[in-house]
Write a protein that binds this ligand. Structure first.
Ligand SMILES: Nc1nc2c(ncn2[C@@H]2O[C@H](COP(=O)(O)OP(=O)(O)OP(=O)(O)O)[C@@H](O)[C@H]2O)c(=O)[nH]1
Ligand SMILES: [Mg+2]
Length: 454
């Protein structure tokens, strides 16, 4: 391991709290903590033993009552010598302790610098480093489960297996370069390449699903005034977020709310009803509705099932493939003929059709389930491994393209040195995912999104 300067940061959220945790990592972490910590009972700090005492400043004045612990490299988060101080969770207390630690020789950590060190020291690969942030940022049960899976190494391991297949084929081709008269055995090279290509495809097929699970989706409720948009928003949220009245034109601005629907983090957007208007305020609201629809991952188009057929066509005018058609107020159907049959018969193909009533919980559950099913798309079928970021998907696409070229080369009996070049390209693309081969700009971009102290 390289020698490293010692970084310090508060690892807990700012503000008043029961506790705050300050962490240090680097060669001098133990010495710096020892310089500011006065244990109640004499004796050195020993690894993994929590000690009770006080932090004192350079003049010997008491700063706070704390618990301190040190960890010895490589048995720590960063794989370096580390220390943690649990103090009272006040903004000023934390600032003063950090000032003491800086005065004793530490330097303030950059965002994500602890996890960056864990990566640079080889304790975790880049997929697991990213998963650390995903665990912190997870807004839904599924996103958290996915992040934990990746933290345990599911994606890193899957990419590692792919890489092994390729390295075997690469070694074979490289060995043949000195014996060109032997020619490439199409099975010896083709089989591992085909296996790797198929595994890459399975991961690529599940990428959209995994990214949705991680990022959530923006679901926009739209339709004519009075269609029941705000009522559905409130029903899906389980509380009254938007005003509902019998008067058309109640909602004038977009209203956003976060919901965990079926374990998926969704941003639900209620909009002003779309209808011809001379009122300039209403027109501004409608303009916002159109903007919201344009930014939607899924458009939920509401049509009052007791209303006019024309509304059906309007509802599917935006982007039918991204639209779930929702026929509302279905509790009223015994009195008025439903549009359901019409919707199925006349609507252009859309992502789905459901009927709801805010008075019938089963219809609301069906609507929620239709939303999450459409948003999620096809699930990945690779046990646990998933491409959770565009960066993973782009790199694996490049690996797959290089493999396609190599496989075509095998079929055309191309020379082993040329095959080796293509296989090597594929390996490099895989190494970008795990970080075995990655440039500093990408690392800086990834870790700058971390919080300080992580
Ligand atoms: N019977 C019945 N009435 C409903 C249902 N959903 C909404 N309503 C009623 O329809 C009226 C309009 O509902 P809103 O949710 O305000 O409709 P909206 O689409 O948000 O209307 P604007 O904000 O004006 O565009 C209210 O009186 C609701 O109580 C339903 O499922 N069944
Ligand atoms: Mg409304």
């Amino acid at each position: 391991m390289l020698t490293s300067d010692t970084i310090v940061a508060v690892a807990t959220a700012p503000g008043a709290a029961a506790l705050a945790v300050i962490r240090l990592s680097g060669d001098a972490a133990h010495a710096i903590v020892a310089a500011v910590f006065r244990p109640r009972r004499a004796g050195r700090l020993r690894p993994m033993r929590l000690r009770y005492g006080w932090v004192v400043d350079g003049h010997g004045a008491l700063v706070d009552e704390v618990l301190a612990v040190v960890m010895r490299a490589p048995h720590s988060y960063t794989a370096e010598d580390m220390a943690e101080i649990s103090c009272h969770g006040g903004t000023l207390v934390v600032q003063r302790i950090i000032a003491c630690l800086l005065a004793a020789g530490a330097r303030a950590a950059q965002p994500g610098e602890f996890t960056l060190r864990a990566f640079l020291n080889g304790r975790i690969d880049l997929t697991r480093a990213e998963a650390v942030m995903d665990v912190v940022a997870a807004r839904s049960e599924r996103a958290l489960a996915l992040a934990h899976q990746q933290l345990r190494g599911a994606l890193g391991d899957a990419i590692g297996q792919l890489r092994e297949e390729l390295l075997g084929a690469l070694a074979y081709c490289t060995a043949l370069v000195d014996f060109p008269e032997d020619g490439v055995d199409a099975l010896e090279v083709g089989e591992p390449l085909r296996r790797a290509r198929a595994a890459a495809q399975r991961l690529l097929d599940g990428a959209a699903h995994a990214m949705r699970v991680r990022e959530g989706a923006r679901v926009v409720l739209c339709g004519r005034p009075n269609a029941g948009k705000s009522s559905l928003l409130n029903a899906l949220l389980g509380h009254d977020r938007a005003i509902v009245t019998p008067y058309a034109g109640t909602t004038r601005d977009t209203i956003e709310a976060h919901a965990d629907l079926g374990g998926l983090a969704l941003t639900l957007v209620d909009t002003a009803g779309i209808a011809p208007t001379d009122d300039p305020i209403e027109a501004l609201g409608i303009e916002r509705s159109h903007q919201a629809i344009a930014s939607a991952d899924l458009i939920v188009a509401l049509v009052d099932a007791t209303g006019a057929v024309a509304a059906l066509h309007e509802a599917l005018a935006h982007d039918p493939a991204r639209t779930l058609l929702v026929l509302t107020k279905c509790d009223r159907w015994p009195e008025t003929p439903p549009l359901v049959a019409l919707a199925h018969a006349h609507a252009p193909p859309c992502a789905g059709v459901v009927a709801v009533s805010i008075h019938q919980p089963a219809t609301l559950a069906a609507c929620a389930s239709a939303i999450t099913t459409i948003v999620l798309g096809a699930p990945a079928d690779d046990a646990g491994a998933a491409l959770t970021r565009p960066r993973h998907r782009d790199a694996l696409r490049r690996a797959a393209a290089a493999l396609d070229v190599a496989l075509a080369g095998v079929a055309e009996h191309r020379s082993p040195d040329l095959l080796a070049l293509d296989i090597h390209d594929a390996v490099l693309a895989l190494d970008e995912i795990t970080g075995a081969h990655v440039d500093d700009d990408l690392l800086a971009a990834i870790f700058s999104r971390f919080c300080i102290g992580k």
